[in-house]
Write a protein that binds this ligand. Structure first.
Ligand SMILES: [Fe+2]
Ligand SMILES: [Fe+2]
Length: 138
């Protein structure tokens, strides 16, 4: 039983760090993207990722853990809009795959409920970034 909670805490902390990294990358890219629409979308999505951090931190604290702030060196996806959007799409895909796996693995109703909600939003984020990438390819 204890081990199980520890394993869930480990996963939730990795999720939290992933959300932290995504939110910082999007905040920075929203500043440097010169075009108005993709910049605004990236800014709005950075705020979604911070909400995800909040929800995960609550789950972590409730289970006796503390959220980890130990993020890796950030990769912003380069200096042009196309490569930034490609990077952002890749980050969303990583999140989608990760949350899907965890929803299958974790046997905790409350955690799974939150992860499903986050998963839906990550899918929507990926769609938003893909639409902007399609537009600049035309
Ligand atoms: Fe997120
Ligand atoms: Fe996202």
């Amino acid at each position: 039983m204890n081990l199980e909670v520890e394993e869930i805490l480990r996963l939730l902390n990795e999720d939290f760090v992933m959300e932290l990294e995504a939110s910082m990358i999007y905040v920075r890219n929203a500043f440097v993207i010169p075009k108005c629409d993709p910049s605004r979308v990236t800014e709005a999505i950075s705020i979604d990722e911070m909400r995800h951090m909040n929800w995960l931190a609550e789950l972590i604290m409730k289970r006796g853990g503390k959220p980890s702030m130990e993020h890796k060196e950030l990769d912003f996806g380069g200096d042009d809009l196309r490569s930034q959007l490609e990077k952002q799409i890749a980050l969303e895909t990583d999140a989608v795959e990760r949350y899907k796996r965890q929803i299958e693995m974790i046997d905790d109703k409350e955690v799974v409920g939150v992860l499903k909600h986050i998963l839906d939003e990550e899918k929507r984020h990926r769609k938003e970034f893909r639409m902007r990438l399609e537009r600049i390819k035309q």
